[in-house]
Design a protein around this ligand. Structure first.
Ligand SMILES: [Zn+2]
Length: 241
């Protein structure tokens, strides 16, 4: 049994029994963890954070012997991002980001880069941004790269022949297919315009690309890809459109 300290972004929160809550958090040092906070819902709580989703907290937690559920003994609120909650569209994009991170991450796999990306994205959304879809696209593309599961765009998913950015888009194949490999997915759509180049550029950029020519198309393609990746439609996915 160990005792740990970590900074954590709350991804999900459920009531548990009379006064406790179960939370899923993205931490800086331990990846995605599940934890139980006892006594959080009593009126006078010794915990300073309510562990609401989309907040940044400093946690002290213990391993439990029986399961991957950790016992959170202390949670201090570091940042509540109130300006995200003040605007519905901003709140929806932020909710979509944390739903996506929760959906694509395996538990207990420490990835500090993903924590930083998520925290930086929330900080960005808490400020004023010229384009919400640009923030969402950047977040999703970078996240998928960090988890090592991103659309294959530089070569055909069937024969690995390069370059095929002008071929066909196949969500079922996880990226681009060339004409010779269309039998893998006859429903693949011809790639029109240079949206694939723009998507690649978003993945290579340190921050959001504000002047996107194909923003709605990129959002649509990433939504398709995510739904295929996690094998279910995400609840908040439409909100990023
Ligand atoms: Zn091919």
């Amino acid at each position: 049994m160990g005792i740990h300290t970590a900074d954590a972004i709350v991804l999900r929160r459920y009531p548990y029994r009379e006064t406790s809550v179960l939370v899923t958090c993205l931490t800086d040092r331990f990846g995605k963890i599940k934890g139980l906070v006892k006594g959080l819902r009593v009126p006078v709580s010794r915990h300073r954070s309510a562990m609401e989703p989309l907040t940044l907290n400093r946690l002290v937690f213990y391993d439990t012997r029986s399961s991957s559920l950790h016992l959170i003994s202390q949670c201090d609120l570091l940042e509540a991002f109130p300006s995200i909650q003040r605007e519905l569209e901003v709140a929806r994009v932020a909710a979509s980001c944390i739903e996506v991170v929760d959906a694509v991450l395996e538990p207990e796999e420490p990835q500090a880069d993903i924590f930083r990306l998520t925290r930086d994205t929330l900080n960005r959304l808490a400020g004023s941004v010229p384009s919400l879809p640009s923030v969402w696209i950047h977040f999703v593309v970078r996240l998928l790269r960090l988890v090592g599961f991103h659309p294959q765009l530089d070569e055909c998913t069937g024969c690995s022949r390069q370059p095929t950015r002008r071929g066909f888009w196949s969500v079922g194949q996880g990226g681009v297919v060339c004409e010779a490999c269309l039998h893998h997915d006859p429903s693949a759509e011809p790639i029109e315009g240079d949206w694939v180049d723009e998507l690649v550029g978003c993945g290579e950029s340190d921050g959001p690309v504000w002047t996107l020519q194909h923003g709605p198309m990129l959002v649509r393609r990433l939504n398709e890809f995510l739904s295929w990746r996690v094998e279910r439609p995400l609840k908040t996915i439409r909100s990023a459109r």
